[in-house]
Design a protein around this ligand. Structure first.
Ligand SMILES: Cc1ncc(COP(=O)(O)O)c(C=O)c1O
Length: 380
């Protein structure tokens, strides 16, 4: 099939994607196609990315630290790209988690693809949740290990695989997200810890959607479930509640050394510039103290659940409204946009076939009244 046939096919299935220009505004709003809307599609869960006071505070520091004003790093971390701000950021992350070691990557995509491919080998087995993010899947594709996807959050399925296969392999990795990106539901991390202990496996948890947003200190779902120190490889990303860009892994020093030597997405890419690393360090330092924002997010999530009669124990700031058909999701999102609410259709392959949906994501700076109005319209 040539490219125009391929593009026509994508369009005919209601799957054509496009880039849109959106201007984020403070207080949970944005401008899209010239219209001011309530932004229900952002992962800025704590509202920090558009917080004017925070930006002002950072700008004042920037004036005193002119070496931060570097917008290109000019080489890989292994050459001259590794400025002192990387050391500072990794030290802050280590202290925040009380961990032995931390390593910073350019993005969550770089972290997941780089780590999984570098730490696994022929003779190893990777077990991953069926709903794991594309970056995890791609990391596994780059690995030489065998791979089995287990049924979503099904610990019995994991155990049955381990019972049958553990002894055939050198290392076994269990890989899961903590709060799942497209469904907002949560892994039972305690159960995963039990399994990894029982079967001598390595537990890898991607906390992309949980870090910053939940936990008394903002350490994510592992803090909520009290397993911070039981996870072998914990990945957190900066692009969501943490209002920056980049990602980190927290683990033992030996794994850090392995990755500095073997992770291709760390070695063969230009480091992030000082301006970004300075902002990242600034935000991480404050993370334990954004308690009010986390409480506000929790209250909004509770109110959203009441609005749509959902009863579960999940945090609830990612709400999937599953409609099934791709075209229905597109039409519904267009209708909601006309009413002043920015929600986008999420379609395969991002989610499984037949489960197209609106992904409603809440941020701490949205007004409760706006949320109530939104659910009224959605119900209609
Ligand atoms: C679960 C999960 N992991 C990793 C990533 C990738 O992180 P980043 O955007 O920093 O590349 C995302 C989304 O972006 C995600 O949802």
């Amino acid at each position: 099939m040539n490219y125009s046939e391929q593009l026509n096919k994508i369009s005919s299935h209601g799957l054509r994607r496009e880039l849109r220009a959106i201007q984020p505004l403070p207080n949970g709003y944005c401008i899209y196609k010239g219209q001011k809307m309530v932004n229900l599609s952002s992962n800025d869960y704590l509202g920090l990315a558009t917080d004017e006071n925070l930006k002002k505070e950072f700008n004042e520091l920037l004036m005193q630290n002119t070496d931060w004003m570097q917008f290109g790093s000019s080489s890989s971390r292994l050459l001259t790209g590794n400025t002192g701000l990387y050391d500072k950021t990794e030290a802050l992350i280590k202290n925040w988690y009380g961990a032995e070691s931390a390593l910073f990557f350019n993005s969550g995509y770089h972290a997941n693809t780089g780590i999984l491919a570098a730490l696994s080998d022929k003779g190893d087995l990777i077990l991953s949740d069926k709903l794991c993010h594309a970056s995890i899947i791609d990391g596994i594709r780059l690995s030489n290990a065998d791979h089995i996807r287990y049924k979503h959050s099904d610990v019995n399925h994991i155990e049955s695989i381990l019972e049958k296969k553990r002894t055939n392999y050198n290392r076994v990795f269990i890989v899961s997200e903590s709060i799942f990106s497209m469904d907002g539901d949560e892994a039972d991390l305690r159960k995963l810890v039990e399994l990894k202990q029982k079967y001598d496996a390595i537990l890898y948890v991607d906390e992309a959607h949980a870090v910053g947003a939940v936990g008394n200190n903002g350490l994510g779902l592992c803090e909520v479930q009290n397993v911070v120190h039981d996870i072998d490889i914990l990945v957190g990303t900066m692009g969501k509640a943490m209002a920056s860009v980049g990602a980190y892994a927290v683990f033992g020093e030996q794994l850090r050394q392995m990755l500095i030597n073997k992770a291709r997405t760390l070695i063969f890419t230009t480091a992030l510039p000082n301006i970004n690393m300075a902002w990242t360090a600034f935000v991480i330092e404050k993370m334990p103290y954004f308690v009010e924002q986390r409480q506000k997010l929790a209250q909004l999530s509770k109110s959203a659940k009441q609005n749509i009669n959902i009863e579960n124990s999940f945090q609830g700031f990612i709400i999937p409204h599953i409609v099934g058909e791709n075209e229905v999701a597109v039409k519904l999102s267009e209708h909601l946009q006309k009413q002043g609410f920015l929600v986008f259709p999420i379609r395969p392959p991002t989610v499984p076939q037949g489960t197209a949906r609106l992904r409603i994501s809440l941020t701490a700076n949205i007004k409760k009244s706006s949320l109530n109005d939104f659910f009224k319209i959605l119900k209609q």
